[in-house]
Design a protein around this ligand. Structure first.
Ligand code: DX5
Ligand code: ZN
Length: 214
């Protein structure tokens, strides 16, 4: 059964408390938090004070997706704000191996995200050090975009690499995940599905989270 991580980016920002309550009461496994800096991606979302404020209200682990340049500058701060998993972008790290060690030294799970143009092979040499491989299925920066079909192939490639190395890395897919493509993503080898609009724009978000779990 896949893990489901609703993305708060698609929630009503005027009522984050109800979004968190919904996630608490649902079958969701993690809460996905999209942090954007207006540099690595052409958008700004929310930051540390929001994550800190949400933490005491949420019973699910915080899956923090850093879409920021030089993420090592903020790893410790997001740890203090309540992150359980911190994912940095391959494209934003000059010393990825060092950054993974930094995250893990704080007792957190370490994730690496790859953009649609980045081949899975780019992270092959550090796969054993990655707890979570986030495969972007849209270009990062915005919710509600169209799923890129080539992602299936990248998931299969990642699955083969992880299994061949005997690694325990989870594969997470982020962007354009729907009730229609979720079973195909799982069949291709994904373990974790992020869903923003599919969950928070649904008539019944709780039911949708349960349905995504399959
Ligand atoms: C995009 C973010 C995603 C986004 C997904 O940059 O990383 O997590 O919230 O939103 P949907 O599921 O609506 O495509
Ligand atoms: Zn994300």
């Amino acid at each position: 059964m896949p893990l489901i991580a609703p993305s708060l980016l698609a929630a009503n920002f005027l009522n984050l408390q109800s979004a968190v309550s919904l996630v608490n009461d649902s079958a969701a496994d993690w809460l996905h938090l999209d942090i954007m800096d207006g540099r690595f991606v052409p958008n700004i979302s929310f930051g540390l004070p929001v994550v800190s404020a949400l933490k005491p209200a949420c019973t699910k682990p915080f899956d923090v997706h850093l879409m920021i340049e030089e993420p090592e500058r903020f790893v410790s701060a997001f740890h203090q704000a309540g992150a359980d998993i911190i994912t940095v972008h391959y494209e934003a790290c000059r010393h990825l191996h060092r950054n993974l060690e930094q995250i893990k030294s704080l007792g957190l799970k370490a994730g690496v995200a790859i953009n649609p143009h980045t081949p899975v092979a780019a992270i092959a040499e550090v796969i054993e050090h990655i707890d979570l491989l986030l495969i972007m299925s849209v270009n990062p920066g915005f919710g509600g975009q169209k799923f890129i079909e080539h992602t299936y192939q990248k998931i299969s490639t990642a699955r083969q690499l992880i299994d061949a190395r005997g690694a325990t890395t989870l594969i997470e897919v982020d962007g354009g995940v729907t009730l229609a493509n979720a079973p195909l993503l799982i069949a291709a080898g994904a373990n974790v599905l992020v869903a923003g609009n599919t969950v928070f724009s649904a008539a019944n978000a709780m039911q949708t989270i349960a349905a995504l779990k399959g």
